[in-house]
Design a protein around this ligand. Structure first.
Ligand code: SAM
Length: 288
């Protein structure tokens, strides 16, 4: 068992370095001895694979990733953690810590510079204040990675993994399904962290697709349609599209007829194919 899940040890390392937890940076550190080995085992890492970790914290997951992969590059925003990580990861010569904001980093360049000739996966216990923007950046950047395994709040995991066309689905479900095949791996109770967050978590893996599951001539418009559809999820699709795309209601009704969709349908009932059909109908209308 790693000493990094020993609360006494971790508190003494953090204390010695004058570290105090920042809520604003989503700092809840894992102390459950089973979670990180399991994440490292299920994320697709092996001795031919490089791993990008986001937010190593005190290095508990980084340590497990270093044991199973060829190389780990961990991106940590909080520079107060750098001396902590230097101490906790001292025994690994295949780990590099970069001080930076994952939202601002050029991850294509990082992969080119650090992982030449390796397969690459991403594995992280994400800071909750910024879960969806990070996931969307990782997918939209179309990084050459095989899979993205992340711990997120349980509700976010449910929403992200929900199939479009089901009640739990939202704009993020459609976007994530466009780029990847999401799967829930396992649940993690809030008691697995210090400090303990208010809600439980879950680990999900997004297997990155080579091709999207539906084809559209205008990807940007597809995502505008999805966002607009869910903008007012209690309203009918026709109303939401009208408000979200700034198109008169009479036109959105025509668009839905053209796409073969009932006038009283709601966004959560739409499959990926139906979103693609709406996109094609909007495009056709715009070209008239
Ligand atoms: N991996 C550690 C663990 O499981 O115990 C810590 C996870 S903690 C939920 C999230 C980590 O992400 C923190 O260390 C925090 O400082 C870092 N972080 C927050 N925002 C970040 C950002 N924009 N870029 C990189 N790291 C960030």
């Amino acid at each position: 068992m790693s000493k990094l899940t020993d609360i006494g040890y971790i508190k003494s390392v953090l204390g010695r370095n004058g570290f105090t937890f920042s809520k604003a940076l989503g700092q809840n550190f894992l102390v459950d001895p089973e979670v990180c080995p399991k994440m490292a085992r299920l994320c697709g890492a092996d001795d031919c694979t490089g791993v990008i970790e986001i937010g190593p914290g005190a290095g508990v997951l980084t340590n497990e990733l270093a044991l199973v992969s060829r190389k780990v590059v961990a991106v940590e925003l909080d520079k107060r953690l750098l001396p902590v990580l230097a101490e906790t990861l001292a025994e690994h010569d295949n780990v590099k810590v970069i001080n930076g904001d994952v939202m601002k980093l050029d991850l294509h360049k990082l992969i080119e510079d650090e992982f030449a000739g390796m397969d690459v996966v991403i594995c992280a216990n994400l800071p909750y204040y910024i879960t969806s923007p990070i996931i969307m950046k990782l997918l939209e950047d179309r990084l050459p990675v095989k899979a993205i395994t992340v711990m997120v709040q349980k509700e976010a995991a449910d929403r992200i993994c929900a199939s479009p066309g089901t009640r739990e689905s939202g704009a993020i479900s459609a976007a994530v399904h466009y780029y990847s095949e999401p799967n829930k791996l396992f649940a993690v109770p809030k008691t697995s962290f210090i400090p303990s967050p208010k809600v439980d978590s879950a680990v999900i893996r997004l297997d990155v697709r080579e091709e999207p599951p539906v084809s559209t001539d205008d990807e940007k418009l597809f995502f505008r349609v999805v966002k607009a559809a869910f903008l007012q999820r209690r309203k009918t699709l026709s109303n939401s599209l009208s408000a979200g795309l700034s198109i008169p209601k009479a036109k959105t009704s025509e668009i839905l007829i053209q796409a073969g969709i009932a006038g009283n349908a709601r966004a959560e009932e739409m499959t990926m194919e139906q979103f693609a059909a709406i996109t094609a109908a909007v495009q056709q209308m715009e070209n008239l």
